[in-house]
Design a protein around this ligand. Structure first.
Ligand code: 4NP
Length: 163
């Protein structure tokens, strides 16, 4: 058992396909949740694909985050890299396809735990975060609901609370 009350700053990478919709929203929700809780954390996001590298989040994702009071306009898409598997404690994939792609890229010395984002949310294990890219704009609100539940679960875990 830990006998100090210091919370170790976790290093968490959020992963999706393009790094312009789901994972930047997850990073934004987590940044807000960790800041609200006063916990330092290393948070980042990446995509398994390279189509959108260097681009800001999708305008619909920017708008959804802004509606929730979170500014993600500084984020730029990047592709998952082998070094991420040792830089981060936890790599959280939006869906099973992202998880498979990440496992295929993991180097032999990988130390990061790899799981689905929603595995952290009670009752949602195995679920995918809704991919809003090809859908209607209201898909982004649903995605925000999912990723903010993930962010709350991460903060609860980091503070050792069961909530
Ligand atoms: P994301 O959404 O993986 O949540 O960023 C997508 C972004 C781009 C594409 C698909 C999904 N795409 O096919 O370009």
């Amino acid at each position: 058992m830990r006998d100090d009350r210091e919370v170790t700053a976790p290093a968490i990478l959020f992963l999706c396909l393009g790094n312009i919709c789901r994972s930047p929203l997850a990073e934004g929700a987590a940044r807000a949740a960790f800041a609200d809780a006063g916990i330092a954390a290393t948070l980042d996001s990446a995509g398994t694909g390279d189509w959108h590298v260097g681009r800001p989040p999708d305008p619909r994702a920017l708008a959804e985050a802004r509606r929730r009071g979170v500014d993600i306009s500084d984020l730029r898409a990047r592709q998952l890299a082998p070094g991420d598997f040792t830089r981060f404690d936890l790599i959280l994939a939006a869906d099973a396809e992202n998880l498979r792609a990440a496992r295929a890229l993991a180097p032999a010395d990988a130390t990061a735990r790899l799981m689905l984002m929603l595995d952290l949310v009670p009752g949602r294990a195995g679920d995918s975060v809704t991919d809003p890219y090809y859908g209607a704009d209201d898909g982004f609100a649903e995605t925000w609901g999912d990723v903010s539940a993930v962010a709350a679960a991460l903060v609860a875990d980091a503070t050792g609370s069961s909530g």
